[in-house]
Design a protein around this ligand. Sequence first.
Ligand code: 5GP
Ligand code: ZN
Length: 114
Amino acid sequence: MNECIFCKIVARDLPAEILYETEQVIAFRDLNPVAPQHILIIPTKHIASTNGLEEEDAVVVGDMHLAAAEIAKREGFDKSGFRTVMNCGLDGGQTVFHMHLHLLGGRTMSWPPG
Ligand code: 5GP
Ligand code: ZN
C-alpha cells in the first residue's frame, strides 16, 4: 500500500495538518476545502472504500463518527451543525481509494448533493 497518499499521511511521509489521532483513526484538514471547515477522518489501517469493509472493521467505522463529533466540538461547530460524507466508487465521487469520512462545517449545506 506504499503508493496510497493517505497511508503516507498516516506514516508521516506526506505532510498534513493533523487535528486528531488515535491508534485506529487519524483526522487532518482537506488540501482543497469546500467549506470553512473541511476535515478528513480516516482509519489508520488501509481500507479502500466502503466496499472493502470487513466484519472486523465495524468498530473503526464507529470510531470515525465518534472522531467527527469530537472534532466538531473542539472546533466549535457542533452546535451549528455539520455534514459527514463518505463517497464510494466512481458514481459516489471517490477519488482517493483509502476510505475517508468528510467532515464539513462552517456554512449551511444544501440538499440534495450534486
Ligand atoms: P474523495 O473525492 O475521494 O471523496 O475525497 C478525497 C479528498 O482528499 C478531496 O477532498 C481532496 O481535496 C483530498 N486530498 C487529496 N489529496 C490530498 C492530500 O495530499 N492531502 C490532503 N490533506 N487532502 C487531500
Ligand atoms: Zn491507504
